[in-house]
Design a protein around this ligand. Structure first.
Ligand code: AMP
Length: 523
């Protein structure tokens, strides 16, 4: 099973169907897409790439993202999608760890990447879409589709960890096809006229959600902004119509308010799958009131991508149900091909209603972490994935997430791991101790806040500049608190809960000691 076969099959059935749009302008048909994917695969083969070799994509959302994805799969290669918002040094880590031998980098990101390239002699091919070199790839002699086994890697997705450096989540051909199958079983059918809009990063769940639309021979729309822009989406809902998108709760909130303010007809939004972080029930009510029945919820994680639980359109609309209110606050039920259980610290199953760690089993669960057997053994136990999320199941199988056992901060739908930020701040000679926490924020879900013990000369401005040099912008603290000491327990472990309680009120007033800049939509 090679996922690129899905494109080949659709292209045979409906070669003339419009497939990819850039904004509302047609970019290519299914026939043209498959043709280019086969040629890009041919270029890889001519240059000596072998099945299983890694191809890193450091690209903002673009039509070429889809072309390269299928070209690489066609040749049997493994894609390493890299969040376009990462700092070039973070990209360098992923390139080194994955031993990628090809890199596709968009023109807007190329200047930051070029200085790194000398450090990667193993990179045999570095290409920027839109250049003559890219065109040459799309004109190479086509390669017949390369056979792949279900357990072969399709997508090596880097996720940050609380313990040290990011880890490569190994997702196989079977993992991704299971995700697509579950979509059809749980979320519903996809029609030829539907249009999948990529408003969230294609390096994440939104990108792999293309599979269902390829299978159905539906349309793919990449916004010209390359990301999330409420006004642009409203425009596309009118010009393209039948829009289907994955959106983080932050994006949903903004979109709903923009639709309400503009008075636009929401009928052009067919399906909005929200997830990636908790959705406030208040926001959901407002969404249902303004946009109607277009919403569904997904709960997933890199290790079981877009594929743990689902809250369907029907369940969201079922206001007569006695447990409707609880269901709206839940993440729904296990998707059709996965099982969920709640485990204690040893992973033993807890009874209905008990709170414990959410554990998942099924064909969507990763094969493990790339070249990291210790982390794999900690995450996968007897075939069950330990998600690190804490929740409970009710008697109907609805899962409610209570907390996270990890200290991960979810801001705008993207995970930010405090340790990563702490390590950068500790590089300053003026910083003695630091603890980074997440505080609730009405707009972003959570914002990153740094509590610092340091020299009197330390300032928020210097620390912000340090973060800008080493971290993706969205991971920078939005507030700094300078303290004499950090609260600690008897073992010297910093009491993050106490810090969160202490500063919660100052974050809700939205004027912390420092707000470096307007946060960005990062999911
Ligand atoms: P990632 O691996 O970056 O996709 O992040 C996955 C994490 O995001 C999960 O482990 C959850 O903590 C959180 N998450 C994902 N979907 C939801 C959801 N629908 N509701 C609440 N939290 C979610």
């Amino acid at each position: 099973m090679n996922l690129a076969r899905l494109l080949e099959r659709t292209a045979r059935l409906w070669p003339e169907r419009p497939a990819i749009f850039h904004g509302d302008a047609p970019y290519c048909t299914y026939g043209e897409w498959a043709e280019r994917a086969g040629r890009i695969a041919g270029a890889f083969a001519q240059q000596g790439f072998k099945p299983g070799d890694r191809v890193a994509l450091f690209m903002t959302n673009s039509p070429e993202y889809l072309e390269v994805m299928y070209g690489a799969w066609w040749a049997g290669l493994t894609i390493v999608p890299v969040n376009a918002k990462l700092h070039p040094e973070e990209l360098a880590y992923v390139l080194a760890d994955s031993e990628a031998t090809a890199l596709f980098v968009s023109a807007d990101l190329a200047p930051g990447v070029t200085p790194l390239l000398g450090r990667f002699p193993g990179l045999r091919l570095t290409v920027t879409p839109g250049t003559a070199a890219y065109t040459a790839l799309t004109e190479a002699r086509p390669l017949p589709l390369v056979a792949r086994q279900p357990e072969d890697l399709a997508w090596l997705f880097y996720t940050s960890g609380i313990t040290g450096r990011p880890k490569g989540v190994m997702l196989t051909q079977r993992n991704l096809s299971t995700m697509a199958a579950c979509y059809f079983m749980d979320f519903g059918p996809v029609e030829a006229g539907d249009a999948s809009v990529y408003a969230a990063p294609m390096s994440h769940g939104a990108g792999i959600y293309n599979l269902m639309y390829v299978i159905a021979g539906a349309r793919h729309v990449v916004p010209c902004s390359g990301g999330f822009d409420e006004a642009e989406l409203i425009g596309l809902s009118q010009s393209v119509g039948q829009l289907c998108l994955f959106a983080a709760p932050t994006m949903v909130r903004r979109l709903v308010e923009a639709v309400a303010a503009s008075g636009a007809d929401p009928a052009g939004f067919l399906t909005i799958v929200y997830g990636g972080g908790p959705m406030y029930v208040e926001d959901l009510h407002r969404g249902l009131e303004v946009m109607g029945d277009c919403f569904m919820q997904v709960y997933g994680q890199g290790e079981s991508p877009m594929c743990i639980s689902v809250l369907t359109r029907e369940q969201l609309q079922d206001s007569g149900h006695p447990r409707w209110a609880e269901r709206l606050a839940s993440v729904g039920v296990a998707q059709a091909l996965v099982e969920i259980k709640i485990g204690d610290e040893e992973g033993r199953e807890l009874p209905c209603g008990a709170i414990g760690e959410v554990m998942v089993r099924g064909d969507s669960v990763m094969a493990g972490y790339w070249r990291n057997p210790d982390a794999t053994a900690a995450a996968l136990q007897d075939g069950w994935l330990r998600t690190g999320d804490v929740g409970s199941l009710d008697e109907d199988g609805f899962l409610t997430l209570r907390d996270r056992s990890k200290d991960v901060i979810i801001s705008g739908g993207t995970n930010i791991y405090p340790r990563e930020v702490e390590e950068i701040l500790l590089r300053s000679p003026l910083v003695q101790e630091v603890s980074v926490i997440g505080l609730p924020d009405p707009e972003w879900g959570e914002i990153v806040v740094a509590c610092v013990v340091g020299h009197p000369a330390v300032s928020a401005e210097t620390l912000d500049a340090l973060c800008l040099d080493h971290l993706a912008r969205f991971k920078r603290p939005r507030q700094y608190h300078f303290l004499d000491s950090l609260p600690k327990n008897n073992y010297g472990k910093v009491l993050k809960t106490e810090l969160r309680a202490r500063f919660r009120s100052s974050s809700s007033s939205s004027s912390g000691p420092m707000t470096p800049s307007t946060p960005e939509v990062n999911e």
